[in-house]
Design a protein around this ligand. Structure first.
Ligand code: ATP
Length: 253
């Protein structure tokens, strides 16, 4: 067990945004969070990262209620890349990535070799070594996105939470990011709009609609023509790809 939720309810005013959401993200697995606009993906991820408290229900990390775990401890193990992550100007890429080490440092500990190694490895993984000294403002949208991911990796998290991390990336970087996350030995939860990428790389999928989980399981169980029609309102045919043996969606014109 890594992250688990039970009957999670979250509201804004009287409006129910998340309605009795229960699921389990298993250790080392990549869980894709799918759903149309406004279905509650970002809200759920923010709760999982400890940024919001549920109105009722429970979120546990390795069996422990997240509400009883200190913020610093959560930051040491859960890394979150938000959809519209922003960063202050006047920093170099490497400085932004170094911020990922912050939860692991105490007032008395200096910068260590282990910190340096984590930063270098994160830059390498995110394909940002060449840009390590570039000023933040000189980066393209996709490069900023990759630098945020490097910062999250530098955090050496046990759980990595990503909200639509591929949305600014060109196709090569979309695929390499999905492959990178799939190959990480840690638990990841990733909100995505590209259903084919989700089916291709994720171990398990959750589909949300109006704040509820309406389907969950392995991609071959979840990615059905019925789900595509009823939840995403598209006509499509789904076949098992002869190239990668995962479901592949053909959208119909
Ligand atoms: N600050 C807010 N005030 C009022 N309603 C909000 C607020 N934030 C989110 N909502 C509502 O909560 C619901 C879920 O939004 P959320 O951003 O979690 O969805 P999402 O699935 O991530 O959407 P998208 O795919 O568009 O990013 C939506 O109906 C949205 O309008």
């Amino acid at each position: 067990m890594s992250i688990r939720t039970q009957d999670l309810v979250w509201k804004i005013g009287k409006k129910i945004i998340l309605d009795r959401v229960s699921f389990e993200a298993r250790p080392g697995r990549m869980l894709g969070l799918l759903g149309p606009n406004g279905s509650g993906k970002t809200s759920l991820l923010r709760l999982l990262a400890g940024l919001k408290r549920p109105h009722s229900g429970e979120i546990t990390l390795d069996g422990k209620d997240i509400g009883s775990i200190g913020r610093r401890t959560i930051a040491q193990r859960v890394a979150f890349v938000e959809q519209h992550a922003t960063t202050n100007a006047n920093l170099r890429v490497v400085d932004v990535v170094k911020l990922g080490r912050f939860p692991h440092r105490s007032m008395f500990s200096g910068w260590t070799l282990a910190d340096d190694q984590a930063v270098e490895q994160a830059l390498e993984c995110a394909g940002m070594i060449d840009k390590r000294n570039a000023p933040w403002q000189s980066l393209s949208g996709g490069e900023k996105q990759r630098a945020h991911i490097a910062r999250a990796l530098a955090q050496s998290p046990k759980e990595l939470i990503l909200d639509e991390p591929t949305n600014h990336l060109d196709i090569q970087h979309q695929i390499s990011l999905m492959r990178l996350v799939a190959d990480l030995p840690i638990t990841s939860i990733i909100a995505l709009h590209d259903l084919n990428h989700a089916a291709m790389f994720c171990d398990e999928l959750i589909v949300m609609q109006r704040g509820r989980i309406v389907a969950s399981g392995t991609p071959d169980k979840v990615m059905t023509e019925t789900v595509l029609r009823d939840v995403f309102a598209v006509d499509a045919r789904v076949e098992t790809s002869p190239h990668h043996a995962r479901p592949h969606i053909h959208y119909l014109p």
